[in-house]
Design a protein around this ligand. Sequence first.
Ligand code: GLC
Length: 645
Amino acid sequence: MAWASFLQCVVLLLLCVHAAMASSDVPLYKNPEAAVEARVKDLLSRMTLEEKIGQMMQIERSVANASTIQTNFIGSILSGGGSVPKEQASPTDWMDMVDGFQKAALSTRLCIPLMYGIDAVHGHNNVYGATIFPHNVGLGCTRDPDLVRRIGEATALEVRGTGIQYVFAPCIAVCRNPSWGRCYESYSEDPNLVRNMTEIIVGLQGKTTKPGSPFLAGQYNVAATAKHFVGDGGTNHGADERNTLSSYKSLVNIHMVGYFDAIAKGVSTIMVSYSSWNGQKMHSNRFLISHVLKKQLGFKGFVISDWQGIDKITIPAGINYTSSVELGVNAGIDMIMIPFDYPSFHADMLALVKSGHISMRRINDAVGRILRVKFTIGLFEHPLADRSLAKMVGAQDHRDLAREAVRKSLVLLKNERNGNAPFVPLSKRATKILVAGSHADDIGRQCGGWTTTWQGQSGGITPGTSVLEAIKSTIDTSTELVYEQLPDSNFAKGKGFDYAIVVVGEDPYAEFFGDDADLTLPNMGTQTIKNVCTLVKCVVVLVSGRPLVVEPYLPLMNGLVAAWLPGTEGKGIADVLFGDYPFEGKSSRTWFRRASQLPMNVNDQQYDPLFPYGFGLTTAAVVGDAASSRSSTLLFFFTLVLCFI
Ligand code: GLC
């Protein structure tokens, strides 16, 4: 089967080349030696209006097929969250699907290849078996741009390992209110920390040769997307897709500065936010998209809408679609993530251009940008999957990298003394320990949203190591480990546990499903803390996309660790819990006492956090204290002995 399709595409490519060679000369746009801008100009001059409008359309894979692609000259296809070729699809299944669409695109008159886009926001998270890295809120706690660059590189290889060339990542939102359901997709409340984390773009795309120009990708890199432009993390009360009320100056200084770095690093595409700025929908904001982003900041890649972002220009969505298409395209949006109703979009675009409501100048700007990215990433020369990369999906060295990221992202918030030593690191050679909690043995919960499905889900959703499995593989064989997911108030009584590890937190969510004004720890979590920590010395490991209300339960805990949403590599948690590595994470967010304090961010005048932005205990320091107290005790006794000699 693979050979047949390989031969088919070789024949197809030869036909394309032959068709080109058959004419007196090879069209300039097919010449990889020609300058990109010359290739863009040449191809634009050959395209019909239908072909140009087709390039601006991105449709969902579930409605895509060869005839749709050929008839509408479709320029791009996407997988929405959780949209897969089949359950637990293999890398080869993915490559067969993407190449199938690509062959249809290559069979059109001008053989323009399509881009396939997907949300790889913490690894190649739609794909079963892929390495799932910590979500951005945890990566922000590492403050390690080199680490996120390496994560970008690994993610690009896993994405290419499924034949895909384009990712809707990174999200460079600056989340200013953790009530926002997407706060875990944001590296931090601090724009400067978010700016540093844009280094992931260099990992995903490769190093651009000229600041500001889209990257020169090889087949081991992918086109990246900085999203969501602009102010997505600044909405009132953190309400997803709603309104950011701010001066232009604070919009720029808080929410836009990350785009300066993303553009300088050559990001290929920028996705527009669903939200509004001072009451105007971003998807219709010509000033910010065309004047600021494209003209002032000199962005040379293409601007893509969000999923049905054009429809959502109106409330309710889609009520005046034709006018929304005109508003969105004239605002400067180049590619429209439709994703289903492409016939309406196509018909409206034809009519709007023919009536002059959308100019050919605007169409040529949009299509020119799309072609520039396609030429720059080498898509015309390498349109089909490199099947040798299938083994990259879930590769062990990527999992090791994810484990390193987990270690560096964990934040130690509390660490009482236990005798003359700190409570954490825990002993590997205790006699008997208890592991409890809803999140202790649940890969889905430790990965969070955007994992194999859009919203994520609990359970063994993809290969990985749970916290419980990691603990089991770390402690001494002589230690008795008892696991109880939801212990009642009697369970821990009189059992002689040396200590307990309680792993609790939030259930997976994505986007507006995660909007939450109360931010309390789900009740089975608080109940488990009470049932265990009132009877046994305990360290609580909190698995959540954001800070939660923990102050009322803090006195019950001997230790508290913020693990955020660590992903598949739970061993990174055991590594620091048991002292094989030091805790070094510093919180990327202000940890509030009560939700009524929000929004509350670093440098605010009114600032009374439980744990401030940048807080994080280090076991090295704590162990050092313990060591120094041990050495001062020894010194005292040594001096005492000398007195009696
Ligand atoms: C979603 C998100 C966006 C994502 C897109 C495609 O609604 O807002 O971040 O890239 O749709 O899945």
